[in-house]
Design a binder for this molecule. Structure first.
Ligand code: 2P0
Length: 315
């Protein structure tokens, strides 16, 4: 770390209570709150150096222009003109429902604010990251995190990972890019699904149940509300016109497996974001049982093992 250069590692997160839908066009203002867990080992590492001219390395053309727009927006907000060189790298597959935009925009936000706006508080950083991607507001923090809805929504930590260490398995069932990006799919859902309004209206109740379950470390309660909220989000997507259907056969097979395992006493539940991958949240004593059970499922190309965590690291 120096006054002119910084490297930041920020982690991906997965929402147990989902953000799906925006309340306005600008700044990714979410229509719903959300509650997430940080993923300790799925990270974006971003270096920012103050330089004579802007440059971005490590991303494809589409992601590069999205990041360039974000950097311009950041400078406009704070009336800064300083050019920056950015290099960025993910240690997990991008654009397949593994939330690379969350860790990516959180990492660049933390690096830019460190160098150019060092007095900004965590809430301010979270708001900036949200402008890059709604889910990035949450990756400013590790552990258990919630988004608070306001005129300028932001995330805040609700419990550190150390207070309730859970394991997370990511079953990759699709290696290529998902069929439709999140922003476009959200817009389509809000405009055409007949159950979208109900999704928004019933959201606060799910948030409250999840918050209490986390406070009480009540695994079964968190499992029930998380699976319900996930299926409700996907039901809302699937009833759009045209439908947004991300799942693969293996996605459904893992849903059944998780429910069977839990009925037999194994502490596991599933969640699925905008993609085909299934994330399984397990109590550490049961993780090996879940891994063995997954061996019988066809169509899993990779299993990533991680745990709740993901505090950002500034070097
Ligand atoms: C979430 N997802 O809460 C939800 C659940 C996917 C399903 O946030 O348009 O990349 O950049 O704000 O954050 C993925 O969407 O969307 C997402 P934008 P983002 O994690």
């Amino acid at each position: 770390m120096s006054d002119t250069s910084v490297t930041v590692s920020a982690a991906a997160n997965i929402a147990l209570i989902k953000y799906w839908g925006k309340s306005g066009e600008a700044g990714n203002q979410p229509a719903t709150a959300s509650l997430s867990i940080g993923l300790e080992h799925l990270r974006t590492t971003t270096s920012v150096t103050l330089s004579g001219q802007d440059s971005i390395e490590g991303l494809d053309d589409k992601a590069t222009s999205r990041l360039a727009g974000f950097v311009d927006d950041f400078r406009d907000q704070f009336n800064i003109r300083q050019p920056v060189s950015i290099t960025t790298e993910n240690n997990f597959p991008t654009a397949s429902g593994l939330a690379s935009s969350a860790s990516g925009f959180a990492a660049v936000t933390l690096a830019l604010t460190h160098l150019l706006q060092p007095d900004l508080d965590d809430r301010g950083k979270s708001r900036i990251a949200r402008r890059g991607s709604g889910s990035a507001a949450r990756s400013i923090f590790g552990g258990y995190v919630q988004v608070v809805l306001s005129d300028d929504s932001y995330a805040e930590p609700i419990m550190p990972a150390s207070k309730w260490p859970l394991d997370v398995l990511v079953a990759v069932t699709q290696e290529d890019s998902k069929s439709m990006g999140s922003s476009e799919a959200m817009q389509l859902t809000a405009a055409t699904s007949p159950v979208y309004d109900n999704w928004v209206a019933s959201h606060a109740a799910d948030m409250e149940i999840a918050r209490v379950a986390i406070r009480d470390r009540d695994f079964l309660r968190l499992a029930e509300v998380s699976e319900h909220n996930c299926l409700k989000m996907h039901g809302t997507m699937m009833t759009s016109r045209p439908p947004v259907l991300y799942w693969k056969p293996a996605t459904i097979a893992i849903i059944h497996l998780a429910q069977q395992l839990r009925a037999g006493g194994t502490r596991v539940f599933f969640t699925i974001d905008a993609g085909a991958q299934v994330k399984l949240i397990c109590e550490p004593n049961d993780t090996q049982t879940v891994i063995r059970a997954l061996e019988s499922v066809e169509g899993i190309s990779r299993l990533i093992e991680t745990r709740v965590g993901g505090d950002p690291i500034i070097q």
